[in-house]
Design a protein around this ligand. Structure first.
Ligand SMILES: Cc1ncc(COP(=O)(O)O)c(C=O)c1O
Length: 389
């Protein structure tokens, strides 16, 4: 089954891009661990010449993800950052990009400390207000790069409104969809041109690979990214593609469980006397809850809020003590895996964002971030309860 957009999301997750292997009928796509392919005559081959350019295991993964994001083509990379840097390959010296101010720290670092050396300029704005994007437009603006919800403050940007704005100014709209995965948010359907993922997170979901993906709808962008993927060469190994392909088969089940665990954890934290504030788009108190209910939908139209929660403790001391006391939650960077993780963004994932910038966007040293896994909710709550004591 190559893509078959008619079938259900869960069915596509299991089957899209995959068909029985012709030699033996193996139901699982093999790991084509090869660097090159034998040609029958010069220039006569079976569609593969060299493994940087193409690999059947990678192709199966790319076809699968294109089908899940409702795109026409996908391109796999060795990391989420490799995917983001390849998106920047669409731009040229002098171009300007408007970026969500609270993007992943590594994206901020790459744009500010690498891409500016190549003559690109960036405006980091609060994209949750579309007017702020309009106000940051310049004659040389070429792209808007969004993350929604953001990491770790979980602010949302209205994708449909931003896509309309981008279309009227002839700008490309790229969206980092890592936090929601295609199960809960499909930006191409809302008018985005490019979707980027760190597949190290929910898409793979088992904390055992680093990977990235770009998905597009237009043939023109697909052609350009096929060129850039090969020209830049930041491609993943066939084994990592195979692991990711296998993991995606359970993406709907994992996302449902992580979402329901996060809803229960956010309710628990909200009522805890040592907690000052809980940030979770599923809570009615979240400033963008209404937008979340409209924009973050599972394939059956039901709102989903994902597995990420941030919260602030009343005292900074409680934070570090609690992190040391936890038994089940692992203190670690990253997110989206089956194991529940906890972190302190200011000293971990966002340490590369200067303190003044962190303060400007409201990312306090007191903030704790949870990535809810798929464990039993009673055990997760019991662990938080004993650590907060
Ligand atoms: C939202 C988001 N985008 C991109 C990345 C970068 O992905 P990778 O670590 O796979 O390079 C991350 C990593 O944490 C992320 O959280």
């Amino acid at each position: 089954m190559k893509d078959n957009k008619q079938s259900d999301f869960a069915t596509r997750a299991v089957h899209a891009g995959q068909s029985p292997e012709p030699l033996s009928g193996a139901i699982t796509t093999p790991i084509y661990q090869t660097s090159t392919y034998v040609q029958q005559a010069p220039g006569v081959h079976k569609g593969y010449e060299y493994a940087r350019t193409g690999n059947p295991t990678r192709q199966a993964l790319e076809d699968n993800l294109a089908a899940l994001e409702n795109g026409s083509a996908a391109f796999a990379f060795g990391s989420g950052m490799a995917a983001t840097s390849t998106v920047m390959g669409l731009l040229a010296q002098g171009d300007h990009v408007i970026v969500t101010q609270n993007v992943y720290g590594g994206t901020f670092r790459y744009f500010q400390q690498v891409m500016t050396n190549y003559g690109l300029s960036f405006s980091f704005v609060d994209t949750s207000e579309t007017d702020n994007i309009a106000a940051a437009l310049r004659p040389e603006t070429r792209m808007v790069f969004l993350e929604t919800p953001t990491n770790p403050l979980l602010q949302l940007t209205d994708l449909r409104h931003t896509a309309d704005l981008c279309r009227s100014h002839d700008l490309l709209l790229a969206v980092d969809n890592t936090f929601m995965s295609p199960y809960f948010q499909r930006p191409l359907d809302l008018g985005a041109d490019i979707v980027v993922h760190s597949s190290s997170k929910y898409i793979n979901g088992h904390a055992d690979i680093i990977g990235g993906i770009i998905i597009v709808k237009s043939d023109k962008l697909a052609e350009r990214f096929a060129f850039l993927q090969n020209a830049v060469g930041a491609v993943p190994s066939p084994f990592d593609c195979w692991l990711t392909l296998r993991s995606i088969k359970t993406l709907p089940l994992r996302m449902q469980q992580q979402n329901s665990n996060a809803i229960a954890l956010s309710d628990y934290l909200l009522n805890h006397p040592k907690v000052n504030k809980v940030i979770y788009p599923g809570l009615a108190s979240h400033p963008h809850h209404e937008l979340a209910c409209k924009q973050q939908l599972d394939p059956y139209g039901k709102p989903g809020f994902g597995g990420m929660i941030s919260f602030e403790l009343k005292s900074e001391k409680t934070g570090s003590k609690m992190l040391e006391q936890l038994q089940l939650f692992s203190l670690a960077e990253s997110l989206g895996g089956v194991e529940s993780l906890i972190s302190q963004p200011a000293s971990m994932t966002h340490a590369s964002v200067p303190k003044e910038e962190r303060e400007r966007i409201g990312l306090s040293d007191n903030l704790i971030r949870i990535s809810a896994g798929i464990e039993h909710i009673d055990d997760l709550i019991a662990d938080l309860a004993q650590a907060l004591k």
